[in-house]
Design a protein around this ligand. Structure first.
Ligand SMILES: NC(=O)c1ccc[n+]([C@@H]2O[C@H](COP(=O)([O-])OP(=O)(O)OC[C@H]3O[C@@H](n4cnc5c(N)ncnc54)[C@H](O)[C@@H]3O)[C@@H](O)[C@H]2O)c1
Length: 271
């Protein structure tokens, strides 16, 4: 006679560590991954993070809030130890990030250090802290949230240099760790209306409308567009995809119509 599986027979869900999970893109990523993972939500903002975890749990998902300043390696190490107690960590989404330096002329040693610490070093240190479980499972997955700023020049130079470094590191990890079945990919969002834009939108209320002119699709990506791409890259449909940087940018990095219009004088490039 076959016995019904009991709760104790069930394997623990694999754990997805999502950093910056209290931010707008991070929340969307956590929501997309929650049906298939225990989400270890990581952020420096303890109050907002608890609210995200509570909301996921209220919806019947498994979620744990792990407060951590990702610019402090000792805190990353503590966070990773806690994450590993939740189950097998098979997915890491390095999403925490922010831009400090506006221009190279205005850059200071402090603003440079801040941009590099959060946008590059934190991601690499978090990967290293979770390297053992990510390589142990044979199907581990790393997704780094980069930016179109890591691919082209749109201001915020130190943040952009860090994101370019993150894209390179993604390829390096894909190459060195492929033998463990670990896939490493980056996602490069274009302009996404999130709280990260609060100051810039206050300084220039037309910032999103003006930006739209540069986007071939005439629409800006939203947090769920980034999250859906992360879910795709983390899933079995992407099993042969590693080492790439996938822009989710409504065509921004494909180019703009301004120069073709100048060269050809054709109205086909208008509008
Ligand atoms: N919004 C955009 O236009 C855009 C475009 C390209 C790339 N990105 C990238 O997407 C990611 C998410 O950005 P967002 O727009 O959702 O920003 P957000 O400000 O809404 O979220 C960022 C989160 O990171 C957390 N964080 C900041 N410093 C931290 C630290 N030291 N330790 C732990 N957590 C910390 C913040 O508390 C916040 O919850 C970032 O990596 C960003 O660079 C955003």
């Amino acid at each position: 006679m076959t016995r019904k599986p009991s709760v104790t027979d069930q394997k623990p869900k694999s754990v997805a560590v999502v950093t910056g999970a209290a931010g707008d893109i991070g929340i969307a990523i956590a929501r997309h991954l929650a049906p298939t993972h225990h989400v270890a939500a990581v952020d420096i903002d303890a109050g907002a993070l608890e609210a995200v975890a509570a909301e996921l749990k209220a919806d019947g998902f498994e979620a744990t809030a792990l407060t951590c300043d990702l610019t402090a390696p000792i805190e990353i190490s503590r966070m990773a130890t806690e994450a590993k107690t939740l189950g097998p960590v098979k997915l890491l989404v390095n999403n925490a990030g922010a831009a400090a330096t506006l221009t190279l002329h205005g850059m200071t040693p402090d603003s440079l250090a801040k941009d590099l610490a959060l946008n590059l070093e934190a991601a690499l240190n978090t990967f290293k802290a979770l390297e053992a479980p990510l390589t142990a499972s044979g199907d581990g997955c790393l997704i780094n949230i980069a930016s179109v700023n890591g691919l082209e020049t749109f201001g915020h130079p130190a943040y952009s240099a860090a994101k370019a470094g993150l894209i390179h590191a993604t390829r390096a990890i894909a190459v060195e760790y492929g033998k463990y079945g670990l896939r490493a990919n980056a996602v490069a969002p274009g302009t996404v209306k999130t709280r990260a834009w609060k100051d810039r939108a206050a300084a220039n209320p037309g910032v999103f409308d003006e930006a739209l002119g540069w986007y071939p699709l005439k629409q800006l990506p939203e947090p769920h567009d980034i999250a859906a791409t992360v879910a795709f890259l983390a899933g079995p449909a992407a099993r042969c995809i590693t080492g790439i940087c996938l822009p989710v940018d409504s065509g921004l990095t494909a180019g703009s119509t301004a120069l073709p219009r100048t060269f050809t004088q054709s109205p086909d490039f208008d509008g």
